[in-house]
Ligand binder design. Structure first.
Ligand code: HEC
Ligand code: HEC
Length: 355
């Protein structure tokens, strides 16, 4: 009996052993592949002799324009469900992101604006730090604004952007669309203390240059860094179905008018420094300050829609330094108020204020 089964048992245990080692090897191989794909790295031969130095060298160097600690973060989007007006908040976000589809030239609700989306300038639906976010809207409105000389609430401020940045018409205050946008902004700012503005609010305050911003230098910045998306003629690129833009216009008939915030050089340069070319952030800016100012000078020298501004800034001493239309309460020309240099204007204002 023993002799008959002995070779069979031997062969079977050999096969089991072989199978086990194949399984083990495969598992090891899969483990290694998964480890490498998830960003793991194997020590190379020459690094392994001095691991500590290798680790120190791969520490990322932070090259942002401002510290990132304490930066405002929007509330978690999934928590909207808990709000009693969740539907309004969701519709509000949708309108900010895809304004043109609802309210643009072919808008499904009303046709009152130029085809741009609020989100083109208020990035990620107004949640991006130093991407013109809405973090301080709920906490600081209503407030008196120098441009209108009036108390402005949130609907009034939203309509300012409709009439200027979207070169369009005001939206009815009691419309479901206005109610929704206000609800969204109030939800975004719900954790900000009344009267306070969180770190990273609005736009980056880019330092002034010692010289005037130069549209000729700006033209070459534009050709190198902007033209591939916003096009040589500045008109951007429309989506094939004409519901809005893939790349929004920077000048021309469908762009913001000269009463808009971005028409001010410091607003444009600050926006671009921390947000453009697409992919730049405050943590990873792509242009120098000079390039940002110069490209602002170039873009804001090109033709765009006009707006009657005669009622703006009833108190002319409140005009921002870079508001480019007189009369002014100082001696500087419209040219200098448009392109700079701004430091002398600022210094003159400060001595005026202390007199
Ligand atoms: C062409 C760019 C652009 C577009 C498009 C745009 N805005 Fe604005 N918006 C601005 C600028 C610039 C400011 C002022 C930022 C500053 O001075 O810090 C601003 C400010 C605001 C503010 C005030 C923020 C604050 O903290 O005081 C609100 C609210 C606002 N926009 C709403 C909207 C809405 C709603 C839309 C769409 C209907 C829109 N904007 C479209 C450029 C734009
Ligand atoms: C890779 C494509 C790309 C490049 C390059 C690029 N942009 Fe943009 N830009 C966009 C897109 C897309 C938006 C709208 C963002 C959104 O809706 O989320 C935008 C928005 C803007 C806006 C606000 C909306 C408007 O139309 O007024 C300005 C101003 C702007 N870009 C300026 C520039 C400048 C200046 C440069 C060059 C320094 C530049 N961009 C380079 C894609 C680009």
């Amino acid at each position: 009996m023993k002799n008959i089964f002995e070779p069979l048992v031997k062969m079977m245990s050999l096969m089991v052993g072989l199978l086990a080692s194949i399984t083990l090897l495969t598992a090891l191989l899969i483990g290694l592949v998964v480890f490498l794909f998830n960003g793991g790295s194997l020590p190379s031969i020459n690094q392994s002799s001095d691991m500590t130095i290798a680790v120190v060298e791969t520490q990322p160097i932070y090259r942002g324009v401002v510290p990132k600690e304490g930066m405002w973060k929007a509330p978690e989007w999934s928590t909207v469900d808990q709000e009693p007006n969740a539907d309004d908040i969701r519709y509000g976000r949708e309108l900010i992101a895809n304004t043109s589809a609802y309210l643009g030239p072919n808008g499904s609700v009303r046709k009152i604006s130029n085809g741009m989306n609020c989100q083109n300038c208020h990035l990620n639906a107004g949640t991006a730090p130093l991407g013109n976010n809405y973090s301080a809207v709920a906490s600081t409105y209503p407030k008196i604004r120098g441009r209108s000389g009036q108390m402005e609430d949130i609907p009034k401020r939203i309509n300012d952007c409709f009439e200027r940045s979207l070169n369009g018409k005001a939206l009815d205050r009691n419309s479901p669309e206005m109610i929704a946008m206000v609800a969204y902004m109030e939800w975004l700012g719900k954790d900000v203390i009344q009267g306070e503005t969180p770190q990273g609010v609005g736009l980056y305050e880019i330092p002034f240059l010692d010289r005037a911003a130069d549209p000729i230098k700006g033209k070459s910045v534009y050709a190198q860094h902007c033209q591939s998306c916003h096009m040589e003629d500045g008109n951007g690129m429309m989506k094939p179905d004409k519901s809005g833009y893939t790349y929004p216009p920077l000048w021309g008939d469908n762009s913001y008018n000269h009463g808009a915030g971005l028409y001010r050089m410091s607003r444009f340069a600050g926006y671009v420094k921390t947000n453009m070319p697409l992919g730049a952030t405050f943590e990873r800016p792509m242009l120098t300050d000079e390039e940002s100012w110069d490209v602002a000078a170039y873009v804001n020298s090109m033709p765009r829609p006009a707006k009657d501004l005669s009622k703006d800034w009833p108190d002319i001493s409140k005009k921002p330094i870079d508001h480019p239309f007189g009369p002014f309460s100082d001696e500087f020309s419209e040219e200098q108020h448009k392109f700079g240099p701004f430091k002398p204007i600022k210094a003159a204002r400060e001595t005026q204020a202390t007199k």
